[in-house]
Design a binder for this molecule. Sequence first.
Ligand SMILES: Nc1ncnc2c1ncn2[C@@H]1O[C@H](COP(=O)(O)OP(=O)(O)OP(=O)(O)O)[C@@H](O)[C@H]1O
Ligand SMILES: [Mg+2]
Length: 349
Amino acid sequence: MVRSPRPSPGGETENRHVAHWTRSTYSLSLLGKEVPLTSTRIQIRQLSKRYRGGHYALRDVDLDIGNGMFGLLGPNGAGKTTLIRILVALLRPTSGQVTVDGMDLQRDRHRIRRMVGYLPQDFSRFPKLATWEFLDYGGALAGLRRKRERRERVDELLEQVGLFDVRDRLASKLSGGMKRRLGIAQTLIGNPAIMIVDEPTVGLDPQERLRFRNLLADLARGEIVIILSTHIVGDISSTCTDLALLNEGEIVYNGSPTKLAHAAQGKVWKVVADHLQMDSLKERYAVVSTVPAADGYEIRLVAEAPPTVGAQLLADAEVVEPNLEDAYIHCMQSVGQDMSLEVGVEAQA
Ligand SMILES: Nc1ncnc2c1ncn2[C@@H]1O[C@H](COP(=O)(O)OP(=O)(O)OP(=O)(O)O)[C@@H](O)[C@H]1O
Ligand SMILES: [Mg+2]
């Protein structure tokens, strides 16, 4: 079968033999050393989705995603799930184009679907099967026909996600965090080249959330694209090398977490305020955190200029180094999102 040439990361076209190569990272020989280069695996161009009723859930989205962990961050209703459902070919876009390893998502949807492991946002219902059986069943569906090979893979994955000791327990009786980890194991059973997880850490306790993040970070070291959608900034800071910030269907930032933090440089302040001043600051600025201190409250906030209460400058206000949470709030403020109610982004989750 003859297929059309695909654009290379450099923009020129190349033939399918070379395209096959994109399953691994490109590498460059420098003084005899192989230097891996991250190349685009998923290319999204001018992607829009308009739901019936006229609402645009996505508008002109352009993204390039390579191997490793890619964070898709945005508040509720930003369009994360819509984008993901398009990427896993469950939803057709209104317009625009997506290519995966050079294949067109619409034309090669069946082939691409087989490459993708997908953990949906609402993954919580399980049939009456033991944990291992559930995975075994998933393995059979993913095409692992040989029973012995499948069992070995199931055991390996149970170990990897820390569920080996509860393998005989009914999947439906696992805790919330364990269910998420089982979900990850299920998405991995067919050795996907791309893994997409939609809000996997919602509702997890801090310890389980950390465990989950570490699991994803370990996986991301392999030759795999992992797209992690979340509205929890902490999920991104510890794991992702590249991220996109989605707001009301539009990409408002795409790049590294470090670059995002850099943009908030000089805009993040630490002030000490009493109760009345605190109320005033909260009304006026995006307050990131409030910690009780001996002489009132230590408040971290985002402001373009030195913060004031009334017309009064706060004498002890000091600029602090922005972290990703500050940077997220700064970016959302700058696109007109009122973040003054978003106190404690992580704590809200
Ligand atoms: N089937 C649908 N029909 C009409 N509108 C929809 C449909 N699904 C989603 N929307 C709307 O599209 C927008 C984006 O929704 P989406 O679920 O993609 O956001 P999200 O970023 O995943 O949000 P959350 O963080 O709450 O999961 C929202 O305004 C939502 O109400
Ligand atoms: Mg969603």
